[in-house]
Design a protein around this ligand. Structure first.
Ligand code: HEC
Length: 229
C-alpha cells in the first residue's frame, strides 16, 4: 500500500467520523428542542407567569393552562397592543420601550379595550372599529362573562355577538358596513390567523383571560362596560 493511500484513507476516516459526530450532536440538539416544546410546555408556562403584567386570580383555575395562556397572549399574539386603550396609555409613564425605556404595561388599560382604529372601511365611514374589553366581569369568566364555546366561535369564525356594526342594506343605512364587508364579522381582529390555533391553546387563552383583573371601562350602556362587582 502506498503511503499516499494510507494518508488519504486516514483523512477520509477522520472526516466520516467528524460528520457522524456532527449528526449525533445536532440530533441531540433537536431532541432538546422538542422536549422544550412538547405538549406539557413547561417552560412556556413558567415564562407566561413571569411576563403576566397583572396579578392573576387562579382560584378554581387550571394553573398550567393559565400560564400557557399568558405566554400566548403576552409573548406571542400581542393581544394587548390592540386591546388596550391606545398607544398613549399602553405603557406606564416612563416605561415605554419605544422611547428606549424599560417596558412596563399599564395595568389600568390592560386588555380593557377602547383602542379606536378610526373610520372603517374608508375615511368617510361613520363606523369606527374599536377594540373590545377582554377582561372578565363579576361572573369571573373572560370577556365580560363569555362562555368558552362563545370564545371559540369568536376566535375561529370572527362572530360578533354584540352586533355593533351590521351590514348596510336597503333598510339598514346607518352605522353599518357596506358590502362586500360582512357586518356580523369582527373586522381588523386577526381571527383569520387565530382560527388555526389548537383547541388546547384556545383553552389556555380563555383560562388566562378569566384570571386577569376586571376593568369596568366607560359606564353602561357602552359595549366596553363590565360590571366588576
Ligand atoms: C390587530 C389588532 C388586534 C389584535 C392583535 C387582537 N385583536 Fe381582538 N379585536 C380587535 C378588534 C378591532 C376587535 C373588534 C372588531 C370589530 O368591532 O369589528 C376585536 C374583538 C375581539 C373579541 C370580541 C369581543 C367581544 O366582546 O365580542 C375578542 C374575544 C378578541 N378580540 C380577542 C382577542 C385575543 C384573545 C387576542 C390575542 C390572541 C386579540 N383579540 C388580538 C383587534 C385585535
Amino acid at each position: 500500500m502506498s503511503k499516499q493511500f494510507i494518508k488519504a484513507a486516514g483523512t477520509t476516516a477522520a472526516l466520516v467520523s467528524l460528520v457522524f459526530a456532527g449528526i449525533l450532536i445536532s440530533s441531540r440538539g433537536m431532541q432538546a428542542f422538542e422536549d422544550d416544546d412538547n405538549d406539557s410546555g413547561q417552560s412556556k408556562i413558567q415564562k407566561g407567569f413571569q411576563v403576566a403584567p397583572v396579578p392573576l386570580n387562579l382560584a378554581g383555575k387550571n394553573r398550567a393552562l393559565a400560564g400557557l395562556g399568558s405566554y400566548i397572549v403576552n409573548a406571542v399574539s400581542e393581544c394587548n397592543g390592540c386591546h388596550s386603550a391606545g398607544p398613549q396609555t399602553e405603557f406606564v409613564r416612563g416605561f415605554n420601550p419605544y422611547f428606549g425605556q424599560p417596558k412596563k404595561l399599564n395595568p389600568a388599560t390592560y386588555l380593557g379595550g377602547g383602542r379606536d382604529f378610526g373610520p372603517f372601511p374608508g375615511p368617510t365611514s361613520a363606523v369606527h372599529i374599536i377594540t373590545r374589553n377582554l377582561t372578565p366581569d363579576k361572573t369571573g369568566r373572560a370577556i365580560g362573562g363569555a362562555s368558552f364555546s362563545e370564545f371559540v366561535e369568536i376566535m375561529r369564525h370572527g362572530t360578533d355577538f354584540d352586533h355593533l356594526h351590521p351590514t348596510c342594506s336597503a333598510t339598514v343605512t346607518t352605522n353599518c358596513l357596506p358590502p362586500p364587508f360582512r357586518g356580523d364579522l369582527l373586522q381588523i381582529m386577526p381571527w383569520p390567523a387565530y382560527q388555526d390555533m389548537t383547541d388546547h391553546d384556545l383553552r389556555a387563552i380563555y383560562e388566562y383571560l378569566s384570571s386577569i383583573p376586571c376593568i369596568a371601562g366607560p359606564p353602561s350602556p357602552s359595549p366596553l362596560h363590565h360590571d366588576c362587582t
